[in-house]
Design a binder for this molecule. Sequence first.
Ligand code: ADP
Length: 270
Amino acid sequence: MSDTPIYTLGIDIGSTTSKCVILKDGAEIAAQALEVAGIGTSGAQETIGKVLTAAGLSQEQISASVVTGYGRKNFGGDAVSVSELSCHAMGAHWVFPEVRTIIDIGGQDAKVISLNESGMMESFVMNDKCAAGTGRFLDVMANILKLDISELEVKAAAAQSPVSISSTCTVFAESEVISQLSGGAAIPDVVAGICNSVASRVCGLARRVGIREQVCMSGGVALNNGVRGAIARDLGVEIRYDPRAQLFGAIGAALHAYKRYTKNNTANHE
Ligand code: ADP
């Protein structure tokens, strides 16, 4: 084997956010980048530019690329397309080898993926029909409350008595939140109620697939400790968390690229 490192690029084009990771020799993250601009924008190209700059590499130094996420089918270029389920499974397994259940909540869908001990997906359930139980629900609520999405967990942590949000529809839940606020409910209590509502929808999905420990979260909503805590309480399990959770799909894509590259190169030398 030559000593020249093999760099592979994983590109995850989501509904709200583009994420990129460059792996060195399939073993360490050389650089990562994220832009809050997803499918239908120039976010993916900008994120690729950012991650190459951060790694100090040119496109020619990338041996192989894999694209995943909602926007993968519209992505030109020579990256191979791989499903989000497969990339999240591979990325989560790389970070947490003991994980058997992944709860992935992104900007417009939620998935619960069951893995075997090799990190291969065994089964999954998905909600991509309804905004409740997804990042979209949190984005809408943060907008009503005039809060940044990253502030929700801070507010939720200060709750004394979380309100109950009974509507299962985002549009009705929005009116419910407005009437809670006009009725004098404290913002932290409303925010905790919103986090609990997302958690309860996703836990319903998780019970359908069956929970096997260890359990981790992936996707942008994993960054919200209000939701993580509510899921842990609802399911009665510990939720493994890594601050790179939103990048798990891109990490998995870069790993897929590395595996494909090494397999093809080994075959060529036989
Ligand atoms: P997609 O791949 O569909 O774009 P992501 O997995 O990137 O989705 O997650 C995007 C969602 O993550 C947003 O809709 C938002 O609700 C949530 N999110 C993003 N950043 C944060 C943050 N700092 N804190 C809490 N939630 C966040």
